[in-house]
Design a protein around this ligand. Structure first.
Ligand code: 2M8
Length: 432
């Protein structure tokens, strides 16, 4: 079967009525940024469902604007995920929807820039305007609850909020959560039974205990405000760059459909003024996360360092320095989630080294905006080659000459399918 057709079939098979699951068994519900990215692929193949995907996601939005990272549609039917809807118990929040169960943390705010694709596609103005208001409301939540010192940059409170769950970026932060507060969760974990070779491709039990500790703490605070000493408070350049790009899109859409865009414009102004001050490291020529409690950057070379390119944040000099890192990486599929020379790198383990299609898509798109066609093409071609050779997997080992199978995690993974579709179509979403 041709790759395009294969990817289309993955999306069709993962569809559950009015939304798409990321992957059967491993992720049986609706995930936040997955749905945004999946919608980009659906725009090419079944555009009405792209719009419905986001509309369904926003049925899980809370009254205070918060947008959960999982919407547990049909929670009682699927028991292959931990922590379950009952574990999250979104009912502890006065803002959570009554009719739907959700998680109590969020994920990268991709929805604004995805809405611009919808807008350009020519969907009905009324549906665009409704989503516009919901997305602005979500951003209002982020700025009201998460903004750091009026910088226009927002903090994440859980590594799962970054979407890059066990990235070495979070090692030093999670390590500070001492063993005395951790509970054993080995028997509750489901993910390790859903993938092959989970010991080398999924987070460890020690990692998971800490993820669950953070969930317990956030739940104890009704998923509202956190205490000043809450252990995970990070300004993530991926989260903030994506938010900036979404605000840029909202500004353009808002102006075109007659909304008052002053609030969006002021978020954008502050964030662009402060982004490099917080995230840029001139010595290394990379953007890094910033640990609020430690008041320092987390200096580790990961694919996330490059996501600001997507939001056109680097100036020319910064871009040159960043891209110089790629010239010595001929033996690798770009872009490893953590570079092989960094401590904590593991070639098959999830966000600790493997290549992810979503990160490549974001960087590819960014490079095209900067007219860096050669490198953009190298990333796109490598991505397509990986998926063609190893299947529509969740993540891929970066070494080109690896003797083992190179695709890992969930099989028939939706955003890999959706974004390869977009790459094969060169990002050209036809207008409706
Ligand atoms: C992974 O994360 C979930 C928790 O949200 C998990 O491991 O259970 C991450 O790759 C995340 O970025 C993604 O959204 C999610 C579903 O694909 O899976």
């Amino acid at each position: 079967m041709e790759l395009f057709q294969k990817c289309q079939t993955v999306l069709e098979n993962n569809r559950r009525g009015n939304f798409t699951i990321p992957s059967p068994f491993l992720y049986p519900f609706q995930w936040n940024w997955d749905s945004g990215l999946i919608a980009i692929g659906l725009l090419h193949t079944e555009p009405e469902n792209a719009l419905v995907e986001l509309e369904t996601l926003f049925t899980g939005q809370w009254e205070n604007g918060f947008l959960p990272h999982i919407i547990f549609h049909n929670a009682e039917k699927y028991t292959t995920y931990f922590p379950s809807a009952d574990y999250w118990n979104s009912d502890v929040s006065r803002f959570a929807p009554k009719a739907l169960k959700t998680s109590g943390i969020t994920q990268p705010a991709v929805h604004g820039f995805v809405l611009e694709y919808f807008f350009n596609h020519g969907f009905p103005k009324k549906r665009i305007a409704k989503l516009y208001d919901q997305i602005v409301h979500y951003h209002q939540y982020l700025y009201e609850y998460r903004q750091f010192n009026k910088t226009g940059l927002v903090a994440i409170w859980h590594n799962w909020e970054s979407g890059m769950d066990n990235s070495p970026w979070w090692d030093s932060v999670l390590k500070k959560i001492g063993p005395e507060v951790l509970q054993d969760i080995k028997l509750q974990r489901k993910d390790i039974h859903e993938v092959e070779d989970s010991a080398s491709t999924r987070p460890t039990d020690d990692d998971y205990k800490r993820y669950i500790y953070l969930v317990n703490q956030l739940r104890a605070h009704n998923y509202e405000r956190i205490p000043a000493d809450f252990p995970f408070q990070i300004l993530d350049p991926v989260f903030n760059a994506i938010l900036i790009q979404s605000n840029k899109s909202l500004l353009r859409i808002g102006e075109a459909i007659g909304k008052d865009t002053s609030q969006v414009a002021s978020w954008l102004e502050k964030a662009t003024e402060n982004f490099s001050k917080i995230h840029w490291d001139e010595n290394d020529g990379l953007f890094y996360p910033y640990d609020v409690l430690e008041n320092r950057q987390i200096k580790k070379h990961c694919s996330g360092c490059y996501i600001p390119i997507f939001a056109e944040i680097p100036d020319d000099a910064q871009l040159e320095k960043m891209l110089a890192h790629f010239s010595a990486a001929e033996d690798l599929y770009l872009v490893p989630s953590c570079m092989p020379d960094q401590s904590g790198f593991e070639s098959k383990n999830y966000w600790r080294g493997p290549v992810w299609v979503n990160m490549n898509w974001l960087i590819w798109q960014g490079l095209l905006k900067y007219q860096r066609h050669e490198l953009a093409e190298r990333i796109k071609a490598g991505t397509i080659r990986m998926v063609e050779a190893h299947g529509v997997c969740e993540y891929f080992e970066p070494f080109k000459d690896a003797s083992t199978p190179n695709g890992f995690g969930g099989k028939n993974f939706s955003w890999s399918a959706a974004l390869v579709i977009d790459m094969l179509k060169n990002g050209n979403v036809s207008s409706g």
